[in-house]
Design a protein around this ligand. Sequence first.
Ligand code: NI
Length: 179
Amino acid sequence: MAILKVARMGNPCLRQVCTPYTPEEILGGEAQRLVDDMIETALEYDGAGLAAPQVHVTRRLVVMEWAGRKRKSDTHGLLPVFNPVVTPMTDKTLVHYEGCLSLPDLRGEVTRWSKVRIEGFDREGKPIDETVQGFQAAVVQHECDHLDGILYVDRLTSVKSLSFLKEFLREQGYDDDSD
Ligand code: NI
């Protein structure tokens, strides 16, 4: 296991359409190691999720926090999904603030579908088909956007919402003792 270097906005790997995995590749050592390393990296940097292009691998793989719905293949509550496909399941949207490890210390307001279906494959190559709502639905959309070279700042409700984390927390009424 290793903590991987996270690509920051401006790195071309964050703007590519990523390549799907074949079933054989999912079960291979390289992909399995990548899953372990991405989970360790997401935990280290306290991310709700991480997409492969964020660690310089332009392939269709994400790991995401998966609250309350433990699967056998979970590791530390983070679910890896290969070749995810996201489908909106409602006309309703939610508006909230997002951050991203590739744009450190920033938050911005984004509109997401409030309910989505995610299909894909777990690390054992078994099909995943889940419908999720609210924050979990937003995480799914954020992480899967990365696989098409899309960052949350591309979807801001207004560029004026973009805030440094410290200012954002202060506005939200959180005490901030840190620098
Ligand atoms: Ni992100």
